[in-house]
Design a protein. Structure first.
Lengths: 385, 385
């Protein structure tokens, strides 16, 4: 079987074999609806509680601060719409480079009388200090700034931003999307809470867990209107029969990600350094190169080369990479994230993301570099550059 | 290992072994984000399309009428809130015995200026003809009446009700929750559409599929506001990385349920007849006994016996059954469904649901009857009846 080298871990990660093993009994004879009052139901409830404790421990939260949902997009929508649903219409401020699952629900709020303000970023993708002061003066009721960006990997100093908001006053709730951060940099809800963060989103399938499980971690003082109402599961905040197998996998994936983070980060950062120094030698622009970034993420462009075309050529050569954000099936044109950073649209059109993970090694990186070299030479010949 | 006899298939079904086998590759090296533009992503997209065709075929719909979501509760919430979000505030009418995932979001709409009207049912749990006429005269903008009830198994003549609504005029959209109906009675969206139904909900884990996948099937003319907005998956109606393994399992489970339905229904109906004739001999009341019901569902009470207590005793004796609705973790007191049917609250307090499925046989039913007999005698002795 043809198995291309997988360099798209920010889109979705392969399932960790240990996580898979933990899930299998829940896809076998352990048939559980955690609300049922018989042995099968109680076993499901125990597994749910254990997973909740694992997720909480991995992010420095209390188990009763964890609300299980079906994915990161749901977690972000639950925060944006759920918090807004309990407040009088006001101002919501979100980073200009937020994930669409924060931007789109924030746009939807406008139809309910809310105002939306995008917070500008600087050329390295960090929240722009001047614009941030301007935004805080507007006293936004809700703020959402991501811990790490899915495309560039840029890490924001969310604790400092939340502390600014707390000092400025007027903000009811500060949320951070930590979906890409988890497992790659430290995510400590307790410390973030002290700074003023009230909620954060995490997801299983970005850390070696399965698709179908994620969580909104929230301070219990945050009042949320449920997005999915019904049987009253998850303390009434998220109804529906729990996806037990996925949640069990999420729990273990969180535990493993926390245990392995420091070592994995060092290894991936070294691999990325190897990758980026060679790319720079080929004349590539590395986006947000001087910002603090996730250790696994490299976002670059080669002058005169179209990103989509390069992704297609590399795919045929056996390398799975992304151009712009693979989370966004409907987006066309250059990355909105790069445009918000002030990157020239022509250069942005060439953007290609390599996101490394557990299965990658030096040989794959070297093979990839050789393929990029060969492909760009070929494309430039064809284009007569 | 202690494996109680499982009689709670309306809460969740054991995963069909063939479905499990189909899912495993997607929990292995097939690591797919269906939005990604490389070989892994394309393989995921192909699997997603194949599952969409399977689900559509099983319910007589077109593939592009299928919106994949995470569960039945989400499908119902997407309809109620999604359709209401595109209409001026008006009247929503829902059956008095609807699942909480229809009732609760309908209640939430009241905070957005909507009016909620519960449609009365008769003593057998069917929509009350007189009240239905009254409701239609109020010209509800949205109507939701379930195809089959999760507790009683009562099947409503939804096609006739939708035709009534179409004749009466004024209803923008008629939805039916078919989560319990699928695989047990015929579900034909094409025929329902001709009668005036515009959307229906189905779910994987009630038909031998996994938890974590479900669908809202909808006429493409229905305008819906997405509940989970973001990357634009599912035609913009449900954002978030698709849960590929669960969706692949859902597709096959639908195909198998459709192929096996007639034979399975006959077998389960015979098993239930055996069960109910013996229960009647013990003096049990069978709820909705003369209504058209799902072939697998038996909802009964024994005079003077508390349902919760009996569930606990039977659990210890090795039988997994439900008292009232196991979907509802927060509900206490007698079943709202039975109260809506006018059942005496004292008798309703004794309600116990047996929902049969693929793994059940005559011997289990006979063992269960013996256990019910022994347990009730013991309880009556203790209570001095």
């Amino acid at each position: 079987m043809f198995a291309p080298a997988y360099f798209d871990h920010n889109a979705t990660t392969p399932l960790d074999p240990a996580v898979r093993s933990a899930m299998l009994p829940w896809l076998g004879d352990r048939c559980g609806n955690a609300s049922a009052r018989h042995e099968y139901g109680r076993a499901a409830k125990r597994a749910l509680d254990a997973a909740r404790a694992q997720v909480a421990a991995a992010v420095g939260a209390e188990p009763d601060e964890v609300v299980f949902v079906s994915g990161g997009s749901e977690a972000n929508n639950l925060f944006v719409k759920g918090a807004a649903g309990r407040l009088p219409a006001g101002l919501i401020a979100v980073g200009a480079t937020e994930h669409p699952s924060v931007l789109r629900p924030a746009e939807q709020l406008q139809r309910r009388g809310w105002q939306l303000r995008r917070i500008a970023v600087d050329g390295e993708g960090r929240v722009d200090a001047d614009d941030w002061r301007t935004v805080l003066a507007l006293r936004p009721a809700l703020v959402s700034v991501m811990l790490a960006n899915n495309e560039t990997g840029v890490v924001q100093d969310v604790a400092a931003l939340a502390a600014d908001a707390a000092r400025a006053g007027g903000t009811s709730c500060f949320h951070t999307d930590a979906v890409q951060a988890l497992g790659k940099v430290a995510v400590d809800f307790r410390a973030l809470k002290r700074a003023g963060v009230r909620a954060l989103s995490v997801s299983a399938h970005k850390i070696g867990g399965p698709q179908g499980a994620a969580a909104l971690i929230r301070d219990r003082r945050v009042d949320l209107e449920p997005l999915i109402a019904g049987g009253g599961q998850e303390g009434g905040l998220r109804s529906g029969t729990e996806n037990l197998a996925a949640i069990v996998g999420f729990g273990l994936a969180c535990e493993l990600a926390a245990a392995r983070r420091v070592e994995a980060a060092a290894r991936l950062q070294a691999l990325r350094a190897r990758l980026e120094s060679a790319l720079a030698g080929m004349g590539a622009t590395i986006f947000a190169a001087t910002a603090e970034r996730l250790p696994n993420t490299c976002y670059f462009a080669l002058p005169g080369i179209d990103g989509e075309t390069l992704v297609g050529q590399l795919d045929r050569a056996g390398f799975a990479v992304a151009s712009g954000s693979a989370c966004s099936s409907s987006e066309v044109g250059p990355s909105q994230t790069l445009l918000a950073m002030g990157v020239d649209p022509l250069l942005a059109q060439g953007a290609l993301r390599v996101s490394l993970g557990a299965g990658n090694d030096e040989r794959q990186v070297d093979d990839f570099l050789a393929a990029v070299q060969a492909t760009t030479q070929k494309l430039r010949r064809l284009l007569g550059v």
